[in-house]
Design a protein around this ligand. Sequence first.
Ligand code: ZN
Length: 116
Amino acid sequence: MDTTHFRDLLTQEKTTLEAQLATVGRKNPSNPADWEAVPSETGQEADPNDRATVLDTYGENTAILTDLEIRLGEVNAALVRIEAGTYGVCPIGGEEIEIERLTADPAANTCKAHLV
Ligand SMILES: [Zn+2]
């Protein structure tokens, strides 16, 4: 299988995801593979209403960041499979993953029959 096209798509998506992650979080200094949410404001506001808003945005950012991190993990795993030469092969049955499934989701790991 020619994986060049999918590698391009996945690399683009990875760049987009990392840019989105940077708007709601920061890379964990002690573990660059991990992201942690940051509130949109400093958290030092004197007004209690402002503090509540900060906590709300922190909770929202945590939820957004979790979704982005999961997707980034899937994209990275697909890129690893491309490098390993196992991309596009279903790990459950060993058959080729349908091209339309990969087109819809380049990070898809299983064929349609083994979709979980
Ligand atoms: Zn399968």
